[in-house]
Design a protein around this ligand. Sequence first.
Ligand code: DOR
Ligand code: ZN
Ligand code: ZN
Length: 359
Amino acid sequence: MSKIIRLPGLIDPHVHLREPGATQKEDFETGTKAAIAGGYTVVLDMPNNPIPTISPQALQEKIDLAKGRIYADVGFHFGASSKSIKYFTEVFSRVFGLKVYMNQTTGDLLMEDDQTLEAVFSAWPKDLPAGRQGKPILVHAEGETLQRAISLAKKFGSKLHVCHVSLEKEVELIKEAKANGLNLSCEVSCHHLFLTDEDAKRLGSFGIMNPPLSSREDQKALWEGIEDGTIDMIGSDHAPHTKEEKQGGKPPYGVPGLETTLPLLLTAVSDGKLTIERLIELTSTNPRKVFGIPEQEDTFVEVDMEESYVIENQNLQTKCSWTPFAGMQVTGKVKKVILRGKMVYDGKNIFGPYGRILP
Ligand code: DOR
Ligand code: ZN
Ligand code: ZN
């Protein structure tokens, strides 16, 4: 059986392509091949590299490295640190958002003290020329920390984007902040929708990430948030690490996700948990609107809604060659990706590189 339908190219607002500085995990070529194989034609890259993206030079280095090597379109987020505030207005037009790490995680961009956080929220530009959209401050703010981020956004009139919502109480805080008129959007990572702390035991270090896998009740709240519109988009938080690193003494946090997100979401459609219209909003319409992503002409993805297969490590494009979803049966397969009129994926092979650096 086969039922081919066409989707717009997917947009992932949250990936870690690891270049420069950690190309044993991923690089611009392998990461954007993984994107294309997963149906993504736009990805936005995070700044927590070993040398973080907190200066115009570091941003330029990423742009130069990506040039001519990317299979999907790539945009960048800038990193917040006490040292990067002075560059905000200079880099503003070349990035899609400002990432603020309010909890400890991979990299050393953690910001905790009130004074620096206030300086960051105050300095990120808000007033834009007519017709141009504001660029969000993206926060990694787990649990109680989220309340702090919301208060800061309220105080400084910031457009706030909450990354990887994973807890019921976070969904509630967001619902309340939206009801109070705050300019706020949020994303859920695919792994929090399809795995729980029960899977964490089986997965060992391959199931650790920040924020961690949560309980069944939390997961239920995420799906409810998807249904009632509290959740605006789904990101992969594609955060590859090598198998060796994951099996080592101090395994790093993070899991890859670019190639598994769409098949898992299509499986949810097939199971009646999600409509295809909502899937399109969550993975394309809303991220495009929130981050002001330019339209891609003649760009689309063809999926077979009825083809079932088992996710296997050996079929992945990501350099890390593993996924926490290995062994899972999914229904819904990416068969073809067209980028600006060119076939870039035929269901098996990737063609290019035809990606562009955004904006
Ligand atoms: O699990 C995570 N991995 N969470 C983060 O916030 C960072 C990411 C990474 O870069 O590996
Ligand atoms: Zn994060
Ligand atoms: Zn991340």
